[in-house]
Design a protein around this ligand. Sequence first.
Ligand SMILES: CC(C)(COP(=O)(O)OP(=O)(O)OC[C@H]1O[C@@H](n2cnc3c(N)ncnc32)[C@H](O)[C@@H]1OP(=O)(O)O)[C@@H](O)C(=O)NCCC(=O)NCCS
Length: 178
Amino acid sequence: MRTSRTIIRLLEPDEAPILLRYRMENRAHLEPWEPLRQASHYTLEGCRQVIEAGIEAARSDRGYPFVILTPDSGDMIGSFTLANVVRGVFQACHLGYGIASRHEGQGLMFEALDAAVRYAFGPLDFHRVMANYMPRNERSGRLLERLGFEREGYAKRYLKIDGLWEDHVLTAKVRAEG
Ligand SMILES: CC(C)(COP(=O)(O)OP(=O)(O)OC[C@H]1O[C@@H](n2cnc3c(N)ncnc32)[C@H](O)[C@@H]1OP(=O)(O)O)[C@@H](O)C(=O)NCCC(=O)NCCS
C-alpha cells in the first residue's frame, strides 16, 4: 500500500535492524499500551524471527503484521497488524497499531489506517475489522472514531496489557454492502 506520506508493507528478514531501532527508540512510549515483552523483543535475532513468522502468517492468511515506512523505506513510522483472522461466516480480524513518538500528532496513523481498512475490505476481503482500546487511551479512541469505527461494547479485564488485565472499549467497522 502507498499513501501520500508513507509506504506500507511487510518487512523482509534482512530489515530486522529497522524494526529493532523502532522498538528500542519507542520502548517507553509503547510499553504502557502493549503486552509485557520478553527480552528477545529487543534483540536483532528476535526481530528477524518475528519478521519471518509474520511473512509466514500472511502467507497462510493468519495475520498481517504491516509496517509503515517513510517513502524511501529508511525509517519506520509505526506498525499495525490485522490479527486473529477468522474466515467462514465471520470474515473478521482484530486491528492493533502504534506509531513512533516522534511521528505522533501528524495524522500519519490515520492516513495509514485509512488505507489499511480499505485494503482489509478490498483485497483481503474482510467483512468486519475490530479494534479495542483502554478507556484512558483517549488518542486511540479519537483515532478510531475518525476512521468510522463504532462502539459495540465494553469488556472488563479483557487484555493483559503491561502485566495487568485491563478493561477495553470494543469497536468495529463493518464493510458497507453493495
Ligand atoms: C494511538 C496512536 C496511534 C494515535 O496516534 P496519532 O498520531 O495521535 O493519530 P493520528 O494519525 O490520527 O493523528 C491525529 C493527531 O494529529 C493531528 N494532525 C496534525 N496534522 C494532521 C493531518 N495532516 N491530518 C490529520 N491529523 C493531523 C491531529 O490534530 C491529531 O492531534 P490531536 O490528537 O492532538 O488532536 C498513538 O498515540 C500511539 O501509537 N500510542 C501508543 C500505542 C497505542 O496506544 N496503540 C493503540 C492501542 S489501542
